[in-house]
Design a protein around this ligand. Sequence first.
Ligand code: PHE
Length: 341
Amino acid sequence: MIDVKVAKTELEKVANLEQLESFFQQYLGKNGSITLAFKQMGSLSPEEKKSLGQELTEAKNQVAEAYEAKQKELSIEQINAQLNADIVDSSLETAHVDQGSFSLLTNIRRDAEEVCKSMGFIIEYGTEVVTKFENFESVNIPLTHPATEMHDTIYLQDKDLSGENLILRTHTSSMQNYLIQKYGLPLKAVVPSRVYRYENMDAHHDVMFYQLEGIVVDKNLSVAHFKDMMEKLLSALLHKKVETRMRPGYFPFVEPGFEIDARYEIYNQQTGKKELSKRIELVGAGMIHPNVLKNAGIDTNEWWSGFAFGIGISRLAAMRYGIKDIRYFTNGDLRFAKSFA
Ligand code: PHE
């Protein structure tokens, strides 16, 4: 006969799903004792069959029920063990990793781009390697002109289609011709990008620096429009109300040409009073020379006029943050970089 008690005590000893499986085989499987007991009933009389059958069924139900309960219990245990093994302790300290950040120049350039976009300028970067035509002749600088040396140009060995050596652009004005041809007129575009000059490096000069070139062409634009726009633009770039002064300046691609100086209110800590800063030369500028428009295929008999300007982004950044030496922008000194991260 099947002793349910014995089976249950045995079940209590079962510690994992494997042992549970052998328990099942031992009692309830094909050759398990309960299954065999049922089979052996064939030779009994109907009465015996009836009473024994009932007893056996009762025993079978009890064992199966206990088996299922144990199975549930072991499965839950197994899941919990798995979950415990998978726990990640997010409070554990990991090895310290420095996070990168954008350089100050990149941030200033992007800031300038946002300002220009909000004022309706198209933004283009152009290429840094250009032909002598693009850099000089297209903006009214003949190749014989001392300006080709004035800029202290860096020449490359590679040549353009006409056999002239390619150069690194010395100013973003090299984009003026391209922009007029690409977008046509009226035009309002800026080029916030890198330029190169063969310079002796010092606190104020670097072989690479960023310029923000602007070109605006429309019908009947005057110097008054220009001055007003420059004050708005510089104020937005420097985050201060800026006052400008335009002095005569010479650039072959503008007529008349200007140097634009900026000043703004500062707080004098010694006197405790507000005063105006010194005037700082920030922009080369002027009204676009008709030859520049002609070179780009514009009919100058029509009343197109325009202005262009070149702002030194590095100088702007140096002014905004009081940086005395512009070489810090690019020399990779992490102490400098991190202080603006
Ligand atoms: N390209 C001039 C420079 O690099 C700046 C400039 C731009 C002047 C546009 C006039 C008009 O110095």
